[in-house]
Design a protein around this ligand. Sequence first.
Ligand SMILES: [Zn+2]
Length: 122
Amino acid sequence: MAVTVDIEAVKRRLIEEREGILEERRRLVEDTSRSLEEAVDEDGNDSHMADSASETLDRGIELSLEDNADHLLAAIDAAIGRIDAGTYGACERCAKPIAQERLEALPWATKCIECKRLEERG
Ligand SMILES: [Zn+2]
């Protein structure tokens, strides 16, 4: 069977993505703890109500980004695991090969586009 995907290149890309996310998350955690400190400094000052509200909102977004990063890291780790196991690129639901364009756009995809659509429809 001809291999259409350069699996080593995919693996390198996944590892790079993973490092990028880890780096991004480190920065995010630093930013979050810094803004928490700033918020404590302003405590008890009612004139900063609006500011605090937007800070809380920002922090919510930051935390959800962190949450997404965790999901993405798990997905990337799983994809690297599938490469090592030799099952990479097969849909985990119907076992058909996932389209190459899809893997290029989303190297950690676990399902083919048809199964993904079925899943999203519920
Ligand atoms: Zn499928």
